[in-house]
Write a protein that binds this ligand. Structure first.
Ligand SMILES: [Ca+2]
Length: 301
């Protein structure tokens, strides 16, 4: 009986002590991992803070005879070496290094320097001529507004048709268009070369060979924008009996009308609408509205 009872008791609870020891070992392991992870995390944080601090100190160190400016895109302030307004952002990068931000440039033909956003990347310095990101700036503007430029250099803007003309007539330039959908997917298209004529010739668009991941929505498509003059709602130079600028809510190089409209109305994602006149690039995203668009130029190789 005793033996049986003991056996039975033992048999009923065979796992209990083992469970205890099974739990104990993972607990110790987990605790050790937690301690190590915490230490690593603390070290990393310290390193990041230190690096950030060092980088900021590096960049913020104002040298004698230097000018300081604020990088409003990142919200960080930094200083840059004194520089003479360059012909484009390529000159700026040569002068101050690969620090993206707002700078003054003065291309040949421009009567005065003007602000522009310079995007310094692994593929060189890009002069940003247009940016859309939140709908904070209306692009339903007159001919005069598109001529002079409008918006905020640290946000949404059009750098101005005169300025685009000055820039792209210095040397051969290429155009890069960066696109982002609502789901965060990105793609790009380049046209090489890219230039526009002067106001006398209605800023007529000239595009070279397209390349990239977003396809061509401006040349070989249902509307050929290449060789077309610029149109706005108050100056209709398009090939349509009506006004493409009116129906597309944009100033653009419309034919009749376009398969790519990057100056249209900014629809918020999931906004109930017919998407008429929105930001779209048909060869990549049909007529679904885009989330962000950047048009930027660089001297061609
Ligand atoms: Ca027309």
């Amino acid at each position: 009986m005793d033996r049986l009872t003991i056996t039975a008791d033992y048999a009923e609870q065979p796992a209990k002590p083992k469970q205890g020891s099974n739990l104990l070992v993972p607990l110790i392991v987990v605790s050790i991992i937690a301690i190590i992870a915490t230490s690593v995390s603390i070290s990393l944080t310290v390193m990041l803070v230190t690096n950030d601090h060092l980088q900021n100190d590096d960049v913020n160190e104002c040298q004698p005879n230097s000018s300081c400016q604020v990088n409003t895109m990142s919200g960080k302030s930094f200083s840059i070496p004194d520089y003479t307004p360059g012909l484009d952002c390529g000159d700026i990068m040569d002068a101050v290094g690969p620090i993206s931000g707002v700078y003054k440039i003065q291309p040949k033909g421009a009567s005065a320097p003007f602000n522009v956003y310079c995007e310094m990347t692994d593929s060189g310095a890009w002069t940003v001529i247009q940016r859309r990101q939140d709908g904070s700036v209306s692009f339903i503007r007159t001919w005069a507004a598109y001529k002079a430029g409008f918006g905020n250099i640290d946000g949404e803007y059009w750098i101005g048709n005169d300025n685009i003309h000055y820039l792209t007539n210095q040397v051969p330039y290429k155009l890069r268009i960066d696109l982002e959908k609502g789901d965060g997917l990105t793609a790009y298209t380049e046209y090489n070369p890219f230039m526009i004529e002067d106001e006398y010739n209605n800023y007529t668009l000239h595009l070279g060979k397209p390349s990239g991941t977003a396809g061509d929505s401006l040349i070989q498509t249902f509307a050929n924008n290449n060789g077309q003059p610029f149109s706005t709602y108050d100056v209709d130079n398009d090939q349509n009996p009506y006004s493409c600028a009116n129906s597309n809510y944009a100033g653009w190089w419309f034919e009749s009308c376009t398969a790519g409209n990057l100056n249209g109305f900014y629809y918020t994602i999931n906004e109930e609408s017919s998407y008429q006149g929105g930001l779209y690039w048909y060869s990549w995203n049909l007529n679904e509205p885009l989330k962000t668009v950047t048009m930027k130029i660089q001297a061609a190789d």
